[in-house]
Design a protein. Sequence first.
Length: 222
Amino acid sequence: LAMDVRGISDLDLEKYDADEQVKIICLGDSAVGKSKVVRFLMKCVSRPQQLSTYALTLYKYTTTINGQTVLVDFWDTAGQERFRSMHPSYYHKAHACVMVFDVQRKITYKNLPNWYKELREYRPEIPCVVVANKIDADIKVTQKSFNFAKKQGLPFYFVSAADGTNVVKVFKDAIQMALSYKKNSSDFMDEVMRELENFDLERKEESSDKEEETQQGKPDSA
Ligand SMILES: Nc1nc2c(ncn2[C@@H]2O[C@H](COP(=O)(O)OP(=O)(O)OP(=O)(O)O)[C@@H](O)[C@H]2O)c(=O)[nH]1
Ligand SMILES: [Mg+2]
């Protein structure tokens, strides 16, 4: 699977003439507005593409950040969150997460720690932002305090997918964080992936050195 994902990414970078690629995922209870937020965003970007399967919609677009062309893969699920848990492949190699709740439904806020816990099981260190959506329904909610984000040290945004308040800002920030995460990543799984890649290279080098080695005598066996 890892090989496939890597293969596809490389093709994409060429196809889109991009310098970088980030995968952003979205978490939160059903009907909080995850899809509406990303659909609003797609109206603000150039050349958006959409690939849908029964369980997942993948949005792709390119954007320029700090002079670099960044290919953004945004993953949105269709209803899997009703089962309170996402398939592990959803988290695979994600670089940032946008966690959404509905300011009009307290239960969706109360469920944030559950989503956060699952995220951290798969991706211990990726940047995560918290989105309080549907503020258009009652602007007074922006005076309320929602302490979950502060307690976890996560950026927090009041958003409306209906009128677009802060939508572009959230994603701009999330992409920027994803890029700097990619640069400085120390997630355990990423380390493992890097080691595997290096291991592959070492083995290739080793086999081309083989002839030389046998002539010089067998190295100490470990
Ligand atoms: N007033 C208002 N309604 C919104 C907003 N965002 C989403 N909605 C409405 O909330 C409902 C659910 O929105 P979706 O985008 O389908 O929610 P979702 O999180 O993708 O839901 P699932 O795909 O079922 O998990 C829809 O009726 C939207 O029109 C918003 O910012 N303001
Ligand atoms: Mg949806």
